[in-house]
Design a protein around this ligand. Sequence first.
Ligand SMILES: [Zn+2]
Ligand SMILES: [Zn+2]
Length: 298
Amino acid sequence: MEKYLKIIQESFSGYFNYLVQEITNPSWTNYFYWLIGLSLLVWTLEVLIPWRKNQGAFRKGFWLDSFYIVFNFFLFSLIGYNAISNVGVELFNDFLGLFGIENMVAINIQGLPVWSQLLIMFVIADFIQWNVHRQLHRIPQLWEFHKIHHSVKEMGFAAQFRFHFMETIIYKSVQYIPLAMIGFGIQEFFVIYMFSVFIGHLNHANVGWNYGILGYIFNNPKMHIWHHSKELPEAHPYGMNFGLSLSIWDYLFGSAYVPKNGKNIEIGFEGDEDFPEDFGSQVLFPFINRSKSTQKIK
Ligand SMILES: [Zn+2]
Ligand SMILES: [Zn+2]
C-alpha cells in the first residue's frame, strides 16, 4: 500500500516539476511549445484559406475548446492521470507477478531500426484507437462520454481536444496491454504523438482539404466532418469515419462515408439542443445521465 501512495506522490511532484521544466526550457522535443506552434499554424490556415468563408476565426465554442486543450493536454495529467496510470501499471505488474510472469513482451521489436519501431507503434496504436472509437459510438454508456466531442456545432482545429477525460483513460487502458506485448511502456513517443496532434488539428480545421490520393490513408477534414454529421445514413446507424490519424481502417472495414462535399452539413447529434455548453456541466453530464442512459438506445 505504501508503495502505491509513494507512486501517487511521486507522480504528482514529478509531473509538476516536468511541466515547469517544459515551460521554462524550450527545446525541439518540448510538448508545450509544439502544441502552441501547431495550434497557431493550423489556426493561421483557417484564417488564410477558410473552407466555410462565413465562419469567424473565433468560431462558436472556440474558447471552450481552448480550455479543453489546456485541460486534456496538461491539467488532467497534472491532476490525476499520471498518478492513476503509474499505479495501474504497478498493480498490473504485481498481478502478473502472482502468476510468476515478469515480462509480457511477446514479440520484441526493440532490435529493429527506430523509424520502423515508430511506424509499427503508430499503426498498431491507431488501429486500436479506431476500434475504441467505434465502441464509444456503439455502447450507450460510452456514448454518454463521447457526446461531448460531438457537441461541437462549428468545426475548428481546437475541437479535437473537446472530449471527456474518461476517454483518455479508456483509450490508454485498452492500448496498454497490446503495446506492452511488443515492448512499449506507457510513455508516449514524442514524434508520433505530435504527428497525431497535427493530423487531429487538421481533421477538425476549417480547411477544405482531403490530401488527394493520400486521403485514403490519412484521415482529413473533408472526411472527418462526416463523422460529426448530425444526420446518420441508414447504412451507418452508429456513425462512420471512425479513424483518428488513419482513414485506411474505415476504407478496409466498410465504415468510410463521404457522399458529397460536407462543407455545410449540420454537425452535432440527435438531441444536442439540450446539451450543456459549459465545461463543468459537460464533464458532469455522463455521470448524472448514467442511470437514464442504460435503457436508452442511441
Ligand atoms: Zn466520434
Ligand atoms: Zn472529431
